[in-house]
Design a protein. Structure first.
Length: 352
């Protein structure tokens, strides 16, 4: 299934199909030597000046080469992750009537419980149940199970703090001041979303089902952990790589807003979720983005000589609404921000 190196607009094959075999089949990796970069958060934050600058450099390479990496020594307690898993399991197990007000809510609703990606456009054909909650600046949480609110509040605060610190280091890795990216994106008042994903076992023909097709995330940075069952694959050099975490590690996925703000230096990573027939699977996402009202544009200092800026400014609310209301198709949503597709020589922009 190896394909030639992908051009920015052409994601690897297998956008919807999955290879036969267990979740590792058809995807390279799944062992310790798969090359997925590892970032030691503790060194990044508390290391000596030398250690820090090495860690920032490594982080930059991870963003440039993969847009995807593991974070170890992150300080988010394992118990909190377990509690979140349990609370989400309870939610998915509740009778429909207890969740009715949030079921199949529209794309920008602060609480959404549903199946597939956006059932209105994808017909819920993916093997996935989800809970999406706006977590910051205000936490929106279903009333049941009652414990979900406190757990989500704590989890969102801890992971938000961590992601903001990562954003500072990523800014430095781009050769900017640590605070530059946060300032450009107004990250002090960031928007955050939590997503719980449940993938029931695949029962159809073939050994694997698609939980989520190939896509990039609409935000700036996505933090993800799973409940022990593999199934996340990331596209790297035109191949799918099975993402197997080190014990306790998080995955970080570069999102579309990072690609825009870095003027294409750091690409949003294409990833997907597959599910086998033996075990169900859960994963949890904590994503930070600029506030809804922020117009996200490349940091001007990152304009490339002769090429200028690759992206125009798009208000994050509009971007998210577009991405969440349409079929999930690789990095299609990013096209609404591409200068070459929307700009003209007079500097006017067309709206999608
Ligand atoms: O379940 C996974 O591992 C991937 C989830 C994901 O990509 C998402 O929620 O955007
Ligand atoms: Fe994703």
């Amino acid at each position: 299934m190896a394909t030639a190196s992908p051009a920015p607009h052409s994601p690897p094959k297998l956008v919807d199909g999955v290879p036969n075999g267990h979740p590792g089949t058809g995807a390279r990796g799944g062992d310790v030597d798969d090359g997925i970069p590892i970032v030691d958060f503790d060194v990044l934050v508390n290391g000596t000046a030398d250690q820090r600058s090495q860690a920032v450099w490594d982080l930059g390479r991870a963003c440039e080469d993969w847009g995807f990496f593991m974070v170890i020594n992150h300080g988010v307690p394992e118990d909190l992750k377990k509690e979140l898993v349990e609370a989400c399991k309870e939610l998915f197990g509740l009778p429909e009537e207890e969740k009715a007000e949030h079921l199949e809510a529209e794309p920008m609703a602060p609480i959404r419980i549903g199946s597939g990606f956006y059932a209105v456009v994808d017909g819920a054909r993916y093997l996935r149940n989800y809970l999406k909650m706006f977590a910051h600046p205000e936490l929106h949480c279903p009333a049941k199970p009652a414990k979900l609110r406190d757990i989500s509040a704590e989890y969102s605060a801890k992971t938000r703090d961590m992601l903001q610190q990562l954003a500072t280091a990523i800014s430095e890795s781009l050769g900017l001041e640590g605070g530059r990216m946060s300032e450009a994106l107004n990250l002090d008042s960031c928007f955050q979303i939590l997503v719980g994903n449940h993938y029931p076992q695949h029962t159809g023909p073939g050994d694997l089902g698609v939980g989520l097709p190939a896509h990039s995330d609409h935000g700036l940075l996505t933090l993800l952990f799973q409940d022990g069952v593999d199934g996340l694959q990331v596209e790297h050099d035109g191949q799918w790589v099975l993402a197997k975490p080190l014990p306790g590690a998080f995955f970080v996925i570069a999102g579309d807003q990072l690609e825009i703000v870095s003027n294409g230096r750091y690409k949003a990573a294409i990833h997907r979720a597959v599910i086998g027939s033996e075990q169900e699977r859960m994963s949890f996402v904590s994503m930070i983005s600029p506030s809804m009202d922020t117009v996200v544009a490349p940091v001007p200092e990152l304009a490339q000589e002769g090429k200028g800026l690759e992206f125009r400014g798009v208000k994050y609310r509009d971007y998210m609404a577009y991405q969440q209301s349409n079929k999930l198709e690789a990095k299609e949503a990013l096209n609404i921000a591409r200068m070459q597709l929307h700009g003209d020589t007079n500097g006017r922009v067309e709206h999608h």
